[in-house]
Ligand binder design. Structure first.
Ligand code: PLP
Length: 426
């Protein structure tokens, strides 16, 4: 079947034809290609068209598609261990590896997705502090759990909706929202409600309203307010962990969160998540403590094997991160040159292997308000043009594009060449 036929048929059985909203390309006003296969930096659709992939499954595929070592780990494990719902040595290996190679993770709990990691971390923060409220930032996305959908980024922002239906008033009441990179905004919230806030959750480098790194002073002030009000600071490194650096955003800022959440890369492309942090907090989890969180599939052997193979490969090859920084820098510089020559107003934000081209006249994109100055119509035209040129990008102005270790100068060159053919009126 061709792409369009498969998508039409899918719509009969899956809401919108997809299992996650942004995949439907609704805001791009076109049907998505149906992806059949991936290899290194490429994906191929059902009609055999090749794309250079800059989405990477929305982050996980930092090693590129079907990396030999990850495939080997999956194959070998699946011959003798698919699921037990019992302790395995594989989950020890991955947990130990993460605790030993990451900062501020003394103990860890495996779950099955980023959403599960963040919502469990919030529950743990509530259980530990005995408080109900959480503080998040407008434009940040932490998964689809009730309270996180207030002023959320990612698909919620792409669809231009204020939040989600089906979220109880109680959850909304307990979710406080502050402005990203705005020190006054966090001071105001803490002065008014600080002693009721269990935890603050933040993407230290936001990726879900496009890439916006937090300013260091902003994060430092947040850390100090959390200390002052005995609130837990939770870094959501689902996207940034192992991507902006092996040790994630926290290593770039040198700020110590109390809890950290991971997913995406840590599962090597399989469904996975984890949250970890200070031992005295983590020991509040059942069966040691009174915060109950469980999962039939948590620590699944095949997932653990894929994650372990991925993280070891990344950890023992620091040159991957040098490569990603080098090609990321080159891509950014060349795109900026082309935009200037063509008179296209863009601002590019990049942190290592994640980057966003904001189509805006604003000289900087540091806040949610700056993001809102973007021209989504131009992004749409750009996206369609790039896709037709075989460059697969996120179908939204408000998402990050991702590089993988298999991208090289040739792929970057093809990206830049395709962009140079983009006409604003096209
Ligand atoms: C920062 C962040 N947190 C949490 C999530 C939710 O992860 P998942 O989609 O695996 O539930 C995402 C997903 O994109 C994310 O980017």
């Amino acid at each position: 079947m061709r792409n369009a036929e498969i998508f039409e048929e899918s719509k009969k059985y899956m809401p919108g034809g997809v299992n996650s909203p942004v995949r439907a390309f609704k805001d791009m006003e076109m049907n998505p290609p149906i992806i059949k296969r991936g290899e290194g930096p490429y994906v191929y659709d059902e009609e055999g068209k090749e794309y250079i992939d800059f989405v990477g499954a929305w982050g996980p595929m930092l090693l590129g598609h079907c990396d030999d070592d990850v495939v080997k780990a999956i194959k070998e494990t699946s011959e003798s261990a698919i699921a037990f719902g019992a302790p395995t040595e594989l989950e020890l290996k991955l947990s130990k590896h993460m605790c030993e190679t990451l900062d501020n993770v003394e103990m860890i709990r495996m779950v099955n997705s980023g959403t599960e990691a963040t919502m469990s971390a919030i529950k743990l923060a509530r259980g530990y502090t005995g408080r109900d409220k959480i503080l998040k930032f407008a434009g940040c996305y932490h998964g689809h759990f009730d309270g996180f959908l207030v002023s959320a980024g990612s698909g919620v922002l792409t669809e231009g909706i204020p939040g989600s239906k089906g979220v109880p008033q109680e959850s909304i009441k307990n979710t406080l929202v502050a402005k990203f990179n705005d020190i006054n905004s966090i001071r105001e919230v803490f002065e008014a409600q600080g002693s009721h806030i269990a935890g603050v959750i933040i993407e230290p480098i936001a990726g879900n309203m496009g890439v916006i790194p937090a300013e260091k002073e902003f994060l430092e002030e947040l850390r100090s307010l959390c200390d002052q009000y005995e609130t837990l600071l939770i870094f959501d490194e689902v996207m940034t962990g192992f991507r902006v650096a092996y040790k994630g955003a926290q290593s770039l800022y040198n700020i110590k969160p109390d809890l950290v959440t991971y997913a995406k890369i840590m599962g090597g492309g399989l469904p996975c998540g984890a949250y970890g942090g200070r031992r005295d907090i983590m020991e509040n989890l059942s069966p040691l403590g009174g915060v109950y969180q469980a999962g039939t599939m948590s620590g699944n052997p095949i997932v653990m094997a894929a994650g372990y193979a991925t993280l070891r490969k990344l950890y023992y090859n620091p040159s991957y991160y040098e490569h990603l920084e080098r090609i990321g820098h080159t891509l950014q510089r060349l795109l900026e040159n082309v935009a200037e020559e063509k008179g296209i107003k863009i601002k590019i934000n990049r942190c290592g292997a994640m980057m966003t081209l904001f189509f805006t006249e604003s000289p900087q994109v540091k806040t949610y308000e700056d993001v809102m100055t973007c021209n989504t119509e131009i992004y749409k035209a750009f996206f369609k043009h790039m896709l037709s040129e075989g460059i697969y990008l996120p179908p939204s102005q408000f998402e990050a594009l991702f590089l993988c270790v298999k991208h090289d100068e040739e792929h970057i060159g093809r990206f830049v060449k395709a962009f140079s053919k983009f006409e604003l009126s096209s």
